[in-house]
Design a protein around this ligand. Structure first.
Ligand code: HEC
Ligand code: HEC
Ligand code: HEC
Ligand code: HEC
Length: 425
């Protein structure tokens, strides 16, 4: 009896030693009783917080002073900043994108005005792309927005980019249909590995479930299509560091009324990623040297991980943009007259961050009405979720109220009402 007791106790000690207790934190993210929750160990949480710490911002300079457009030779997009603001932005960009190489990564340091390096030409487009995201894709990035750091994090090339997958070289026999080659695009599953081409470049339909009664032949989605969808969903989960229930009630994947609001945010994110790839990144192809292109000669492209990098909100929702009003939106460029005639319009500009009344005809694409509000007046971050947890479940309380993207499946799919159809440029 004593022996049995000893054996019993030591067995449990052993089991206890093997499965050392790991403290976890669980956040409920859906309605009660449907197991919509996220569980993470404290180590995972700590690692995530560390990976998403934002570098300190350089103090904001005075808002008045000589304009970059007046002072420098070849400023095409940042001429409205004063020289102190301009230098602060250059220094920040250097810390975010080329901390090791410094200014020389983009500049011939003997002639800063020269556009000879591709990195400078690409960086100019990147500044415009950042404006485009922050101004036209608030349906996804809200007022949190992005800076260069969101994607670059101190790297010349962001850590998560993708290229088109070369076709199988198996000939007709043994064609795998891009499957069964476990790949990190779809969470090391054997799902198709060309999901980014299909969904984040082309706009194949993601919806594969029957909408209503399952009449025979009603649902024409193939198994291959379903596998593509699941492959993309694996990428979503991996990129955001969440499981499927962050966006779905798993008893009904397709039902928007049972999905948390963040699934709607993800819907806009898919359209945004497509837009960035087709209208911003792919057109840069000819700027890049061959070693930056993919095996098929295509330009580097973005997916959800490019910004999110394992966090449900990039940088856990930190609003870097508040410290960088010059990255909020495109501004009309001042026209600098060659004659030294005093310009009364130009005198009073200082107080609002160097903004100018557009002189004469403003480029139509750049100045939608009402955008001249000072960037610094951006709404205060009323309810930023604590960095360690998932978003507060408050927003989840009323899933029914969510604007559901049209369930019927015409392609191109109707946008949810709330989406302000962004211009491609
Ligand atoms: C990641 C690329 C990048 C880095 C790094 C960079 N710059 Fe620039 N720089 C640019 C771009 C793009 C422009 C053009 C902006 C425009 O067209 O409005 C520019 C323009 C300039 C100009 C204006 C030159 C002229 O006469 O037209 C100056 C001055 C300048 N940068 C200084 C610096 C300094 C100083 C550093 C290092 C602290 C630096 N830059 C780092 C991309 C970069
Ligand atoms: C949405 C993500 C994203 C944002 C935001 C972003 N970039 Fe990029 N950037 C990319 C991608 C993707 C590439 C292509 C990677 C490559 O060059 O191979 C790239 C490439 C570059 C390159 C070329 C680097 C090289 O060595 O080839 C420069 C320079 C650059 N970005 C500067 C900037 C600057 C400056 C900003 C902010 C004004 C910025 N980026 C914002 C995604 C981003
Ligand atoms: C970040 C949010 C997010 C996560 C995480 C996510 N999904 Fe989705 N899912 C979506 C969105 C958005 C759609 C609809 C896309 C569209 O209509 O364009 C969708 C669509 C689907 C569909 C198709 C539904 C239909 O109408 O036919 C299935 C099935 C699905 N997801 C399964 C999953 C699975 C399984 C996981 C976990 C591996 C997952 N999802 C994780 C956002 C997400
Ligand atoms: C250009 C950068 C960028 C890209 C690319 C991007 N996101 Fe986001 N995403 C953001 C930012 C910034 C936020 C934070 C918005 C906020 O503060 O509410 C966000 C928020 C979200 C949220 C809401 C999270 C929450 O709980 O509030 C979801 C879901 C999401 N993204 C999914 C995706 C998916 C899926 C993709 C790929 C199809 C994607 N994102 C691509 C920048 C990006």
């Amino acid at each position: 009896m004593k022996k049995i007791a000893i054996a019993f106790v030591s067995t449990w000690l052993l089991i206890g030693a093997v499965y050392a207790y790991e403290p976890t934190e669980t956040s409920q993210i859906g309605a009660d009783g449907v197991a919509m929750q996220v569980t993470q160990t404290e180590d995972e949480l700590a690692a995530r917080v560390e990976a998403n710490t934002v570098p300190p911002a350089i103090p904001m300079p005075q808002s008045s002073g000589v304009l970059a457009a007046e002072e420098y030779e070849n400023v095409q997009v940042l001429g409205h900043l004063n020289t102190a603001q301009f230098t602060r932005l250059m220094t920040s960009i250097t810390l975010w994108v080329a901390p090791e190489q410094g200014c020389a990564y983009c500049h011939n340091t003997n002639n800063l005005a020269s556009d000879e390096l591709y990195t400078k030409r690409v960086a100019r487009r990147m500044i415009q792309m950042t404006w485009h995201i922050n101004e036209n894709w608030q349906s996804h990035v809200q007022e949190t927005g992005v800076t260069c750091y969101t994607c670059h994090r101190g790297n010349n090339v962001p850590q998560h980019i993708w290229f088109e997958t070369p076709p199988d070289d198996h000939g007709m026999v043994g064609w795998r249909g891009s499957q069964n080659a476990p790949n990190d695009r779809t969470g090391i599953s054997s799902l198709p590995n060309d999901v980014f081409e299909v969904f984040l470049e082309e706009d194949a339909s993601i919806r594969v479930q029957s909408a209503g009664e399952a009449f025979p032949n009603e649902n024409r989605a193939s198994i291959k299509q379903a596998e593509w969808t699941y492959g993309l969903m694996m990428h979503f989960s991996e990129s955001l560091g969440v499981n499927c229930t962050a966006c779905h009630n798993s008893r009904s994947w397709n039902d928007w009324s049972q999905s948390p609001a963040r699934r709607g945010t993800a819907w806009h994110g898919i359209r945004m990623a497509r837009n960035l790839n087709n209208h911003w990144l792919t057109p840069l192809r000819d700027q890049f040297p061959p070693n930056r292109l993919g095996e098929l000669g295509d330009a580097p492209k973005a997916n959800c991980a490019t910004c999110h990098q394992g966090a449900y909100r990039p940088l856990l929702g930190h609003r870097m943009l508040e410290d960088f009003p010059s990255l909020v939106r495109a501004m009309p460029q001042p026209e600098i007259e060659p004659e030294p005639e005093p310009e009364p319009e130009l005198e009073g500009e200082g107080e609002a961050g160097g903004q100018l009344e557009p002189e004469g005809e403003a480029p139509a694409a750049e100045a939608p009405e009402g955008t001249n509000a000072a960037p610094t007046a951006m709404a205060a971050p009323a309810a930023m979720a604590a960095p360690t947890g998932m978003a507060a479940p408050a927003a989840m309380a009323a899933p029914a109220a969510m604007a559901a993207p049209a369930v019927a499946e015409p392609t191109p799919m109707a946008a949810p009402a709330a989406m302000a159809a962004p211009a491609p440029n």
